[in-house]
Design a protein around this ligand. Structure first.
Ligand code: F6R
Length: 632
């Protein structure tokens, strides 16, 4: 399908709630390849005519696969960038071009250093202009875009505040390039890059909404579940300055390219019965009835015939009615997801239980992309699995060392130094020199410098210690923990990780050695360049075709992403107040991780409240899981 030069608003019945053209792709790779092919075609077309192309570019995780594909086209298919001029959307204010988190540096790393674009054709807002000259410098940026002939295509990502560029809520439709204060949510999202929210710049220079809308063509990409809600608001909601991406609705050549996870909240995906005819299997029926009950704020069993008809779900009654029968069917479906026996209940009839009774005990393998993820997502369930006699192993896929603050490393090194000085003496020289070395390296690199290997290693070990403590709270001993330290993470940085064969083979070995009956993991709907998504991909690639896998069930938990909604849950493990308290206790062991990251058991309480509102039993908390099946 042609993305570029396609008419802005051509719609099917299915898309009728969407006010900007939206193409949904199975994954970000395919979408990025198609976009890169189209951009490449435009570049070649103009080259043939001796004309130039002006591209507006974005930074962040989203365009990374697109840039990788442009680089591939350059290397393997001879695409030249001699006739290309680029203008980037934005830059953090106060960061020098060679700062490792500056967008200048990002663009060099991700694209410019790998293609033959003339350096003088690259334009990025200047984040170092003194305050009293920012305004003039912004005007000059606008003028330069004009002088280049205007933007042919502007590539965009979308922030969770709905920003394009850094046009945070409140940016007007005709705003131009200017300095802006970054929203709290945006700074939180950048916290991992800057090793803590406190280090994220407060200001940025950004093209305005008006500058962006002047581009002849706009392509906004979004990947992963975390973007689903804001994509829905931007595409289906009102045009408002509270969501600057909603202004794309008023552009006559704008397209959203999104993956299935980012599309999950669009009407055509969430409520397909509102836009066409659907096949009413169990999953679709559950989805519709849960939606209806929530909308009416009633338990499932109290929804009546008229309410089905008045809300556009009447067709379901024709297919499977009457209402009480459909309601009971869904009630039972929900009821059967609830189990206090996540590993299966030995000796019980398991025909309506999420997990098989046999074998018992099971070999259970829990993957945690960063050391804390598994405890955030399923701390209570870990405790139950252990208590119910299963052989639980937790494999921490990455060391998570980039998460650990300098302060934590400094604290450890100072304790070692002091020990060596106070109780040491002869034989402690090694420890003393190690501690001094770490302290020296921390001081040399400064707040934003890259951690030298030794410091990174120490930070990883600190987190290991915390993971051991957390695991012990959940009943898992040290011998049951595996620290995989996958190489892609050790060699990379946030947003710039690359999965390798070595990573996959570590996973393959572990799976082959342990041959689990049950696996728990996360990352299936994460932003594809996040380490959680890469860990998930490594798992998929490491799986054998058959053998032990035939006797294994795979369960997905949610870490950072939006919690599973009631209609998506295949297994709901209820938690008592005491179990929830135990989970909090295990999470508190991760002292070197920002508390904000450890989304506390409030999410589990909310899932329990959702079940309660639908008419299920009232629990203190619920940890929710979805069954994973390999797609054919
Ligand atoms: C980047 C930019 C931002 C990002 C947005 C999404 O130049 O202007 O609007 O596109 O914050 O960021 P990622 O892609 O990291 O999710």
């Amino acid at each position: 399908m042609k993305i570029i030069d396609s008419p802005g608003k051509r719609q099917t019945q299915q898309e009728r709630y969407e006010k900007t053209r939206t193409l949904i792709y199975p994954d970000s790779g395919l979408a990025s390849r198609e976009l890169a092919a189209e951009v490449g075609e435009l570049i070649r077309l103009r080259q043939a005519k001796g004309e130039s192309v002006v591209l507006g570019l974005a930074t962040g995780s989203t365009p990374v696969p697109f840039y990788r594909e442009l680089i591939r086209l350059h290397r393997e298919e001879g695409l030249g960038f001699g006739n290309v001029t680029t203008f980037n959307l934005d830059e953090y204010y106060g960061l020098a071009p060679d700062h490792r988190e500056s967008y200048c540096q990002f663009m060099r790393d991700q694209l410019f250093d790998h293609i033959d674009i003339p350096r003088e054709n690259i334009n990025i807002p200047d984040g170092t202009v003194p305050l009293d000259r920012v305004y003039d410098s912004c005007l000059a940026y606008e003028a330069k875009i004009e002088a280049a002939g205007g933007l042919d295509i502007q590539i965009l990502g979308i922030g969770r505040t709905g920003h394009i560029g850094f046009n945070e809520p409140g940016s007007s439709k005709d705003s131009i390039t200017r300095m802006i204060t970054l929203d709290r949510v945006t700074r939180k999202d950048a916290a991992a890059d800057f090793l803590g929210e406190q280090n994220v710049p407060r200001f940025a220079v950004t093209m305005g909404v008006g500058t962006i809308l002047k581009a002849r063509r706009l392509v906004l990409m979004a990947w992963g579940e975390n973007k689903a809600e804001i994509v829905r608001e931007a595409v289906e909601g009102e045009v408002t300055d509270q969501v600057s991406a909603s202004f794309l609705q008023e552009h006559d050549n704008a397209t959203f390219l999104i993956d299935t996870a980012a599309a999950s909240r669009l009407t055509r995906r969430s409520y397909p019965w509102l836009v066409g005819s659907v096949s009413w299997d169990d999953a679709m029926t559950r989805r519709a009835v849960v939606w209806l009950a929530k909308k009416l704020e009633k338990p499932v069993l109290k929804v009546i015939e008229e309410e089905y008809n008045e809300t556009g779900v009447g067709e379901l009654l024709t297919a499977a009615g009457p209402a009480y029968q459909v309601n009971i069917g869904v009630f039972n479906q929900l009821q059967h997801t609830i189990t206090g026996w996540p590993g299966g209940k030995p000796g019980a009839d398991d025909s309506n239980r999420p997990e098989r009774a046999q074998p018992h005990p099971k070999r259970v393998l829990i993957f945690s992309p960063e050391p804390h993820d598994a405890f955030v997502g399923m701390g209570g369930t870990i405790d139950r699995l252990v208590e119910q006699g299963h052989e639980v192993r937790i494999a921490t896929q990455t060391s998570g060392n980039l998460r650990v603050s300098d302060v934590a490393a400094y604290k450890f090194a100072s304790v070692v130094r002091e020990m060596a000085e106070i109780i040491g003496g002869q034989g402690w020289e090694g420890q003393l020199s190690y501690a001094n070395d770490i302290i020296g390296q921390l001081e040399d690199k400064g707040e934003f410098g890259l951690d030298p290997d030794r410091v990174r290693k120490l930070k990883g070990l600190i987190l290991r210690g915390e993971a051991r403590d957390a695991a012990r709270v959940c009943g898992v001993g040290d011998e049951a923990l595996r620290f995989l330290d996958m190489p892609f993470y050790e060699a990379g940085r946030y947003r710039r990780f690359n999965l390798t064969d070595a990573d996959v083979s570590i996973m393959r070995d572990l799976l082959g050695d342990y041959q689990p009956h049950q696996i728990y993991l996360t990352g299936d709907v994460a932003d594809p360049s996040s380490l959680q998504a890469l860990c998930f991909r490594a798992f998929e690639q490491a799986l054998p075709e058959d053998g032990w896998l035939d006797g294994c069930r795979v369960w997905l938990y949610r870490g950072k992403e939006a919690p599973l909604a009631a209609h998506e849950i295949d297994m709901a493990v209820p938690m008592s107040p005491d179990q929830l308290a135990l989970k909090s206790q295990s999470l508190r062991k991760f002292q070197s991780i920002n508390a904000d990251e450890l989304e506390t058991p409030e999410r589990n309480r909310e899932t329990a409240r959702e079940y309660d509102r639908l008419g299920m039993a009232e629990y203190e908390g619920i940890e929710a899981f979805q069954r994973w099946r390999r797609s054919k």
